[in-house]
Design a protein around this ligand. Structure first.
Ligand code: 3PG
Ligand code: MG
Length: 396
């Protein structure tokens, strides 16, 4: 596959798949990291004299066009960041889109509406996806895949379309893969992975895989209570996946067998309700009151996690340690983020949500070794899965 730096797309129209799935609240973009991360490839293609049709998704629309999930605010922000007009017709395909695409001059950009407004994009039926990809292929001469956050999805614009057009990986996808290779191929030791977030079930595959690779696994976030329960502790009204308790017992045993240091919190910040103004109380992880829920790891735990993290040469972190959106329950996430900034080897913050968390807590991207734009994608890469979007670009 050609490198994007060497391809000749002057005067050509490029279909560019980006991940512009940004957090939105009431139509306002809360973190534009993924838009900014998409700029280098866009600028490079424009410099080469191409015109660009950009496709991206936003959220998971279930019933076709959903006004709250329109990419219109993204078109606006992208235009501001690039300092040029972004054409946006509010459609995914159709004659309006085809006409604007055909009229694009070198240097011009058309952003398609949320590609998931067409159910064919995510169809499990290969024939349906492939027919949709044929439609999309008519819009351009060349395909560039740069939506790293979506490369784990077997979707038409990610997996099927690149088979129909000459293609290349964008600079973001190339950079992400290079970093993930450093984590998976002979990482510098000690190698630590810090996982948070709400569900063990989402991360089971990656945990199982990592237990054969890492020196240290630290667990926080909502999923920690399933671990504490597996250790026979009272967890009050904390989030728990009861059906996962036995599986987690197996993971704890596997960590011991593989000589992986498993770090679990020893103190927890609890509250009676899940609310920003709920009164926080610090308790031992052995003594969570039956009517309270854990909303953050405590300071002793956070300090212990941090002390271990800074001794490591390779650290990957995905998922907040607590409900960082509520200031009273953000300290654990902040302490862990701070520790990552002090790592002397490579520190990687994985995932759109974790990236948004560190920015919301006041950290700058430059303080970390690398901030990945892909949560699920980077976890599945670490899990050793074959990612459809990378396979289609012949990157794996
Ligand atoms: C993400 O936010 O992780 C990516 O944009 C992929 O979105 P998805 O999980 O809805 O496929
Ligand atoms: Mg996601």
């Amino acid at each position: 596959m050609p490198e994007i730096s060497t391809i000749d797309v002057a005067g050509k129209r490029v279909f560019l798949r980006c991940d512009l799935n940004v957090p939105l609240k009431d139509g306002v973009i809360k973190d534009d990291g993924r838009i900014k991360a998409s700029l280098p490839t866009i600028s490079l293609l424009l410099k080469k004299g191409a015109s660009i049709v950009i496709a991206a998704h936003l959220g998971r629309p279930k019933n076709g066009a959903t006004p709250e999930l329109s990419l219109a605010p993204v078109a606006q922000r992208l235009g501001e960041l690039l300092g040029q007009e972004i054409k946006f017709t509010g459609e995914v395909t159709g004659t309006g889109v085809a006409e604007v695409a055909d009229s694009l001059q070198p240097g011009e950009i058309l952003l398609l509406e949320n590609i998931r407004f067409s159910a064919d994009e995510t169809s499990k039926d290969e024939a349906v996806r492939s027919a949709f990809a044929q439609e999309l292929a008519k819009l351009a001469d060349f395909y560039v895949g740069d939506g790293f956050g979506a490369v784990h999805r077997k979707h038409a614009s990610v997996f099927d379309l690149p088979k129909l057009l000459p293609h290349a990986a964008g600079t973001l996808v190339a950079a992400e893969v290079e970093v993930l290779k450093k984590l998976t191929q002979n990482p510098q030791r000690r190698f630590a992975v810090v996982l948070g977030g709400s569900k063990v079930s989402d991360k089971l595959g990656v945990i199982e895989n990592l237990l054969g690779k890492v020196d240290l696994l630290a667990i926080g976030g909502g999923m920690v209570f399933t671990f504490l329960k597996a250790q026979g502790k009272e967890i009050g009204t904390s989030l728990v996946e009861n059906e996962m308790v036995d599986v987690v017992k197996g993971l704890i045993a596997m960590a011991e067998k593989n000589d992986v240091r498993l770090l679990l919190p020893t103190d927890i910040v609890v509250a009676p309700t899940f609310a920003a103004d709920a009164t926080p109380t610090l308790v031992s992880a052995d003594a969570i009151p039956s009517d309270q829920m854990g909303l953050d790891i405590g300071p002793e735990s956070a300090a212990a996690f941090a002390a271990e993290i800074i001794t490591c040469k390779t650290v990957f972190w995905n998922g907040p340690m607590g409900v960082f959106e509520f200031p009273n329950f953000a300290a654990g996430t902040k302490t862990v983020a701070q520790a990552l900034t002090q790592v002397s080897g490579i520190s990687v913050v994985g995932g759109g949500d974790s990236a948004a968390a560190v920015r919301a807590l006041g950290f700058a991207d430059s303080q970390f070794g690398y901030i990945s734009t892909g949560g699920g994608a980077s976890l599945e890469y670490l899990e050793g899965k074959e990612l459809p979007g990378l396979k289609a670009l012949e990157l794996i």
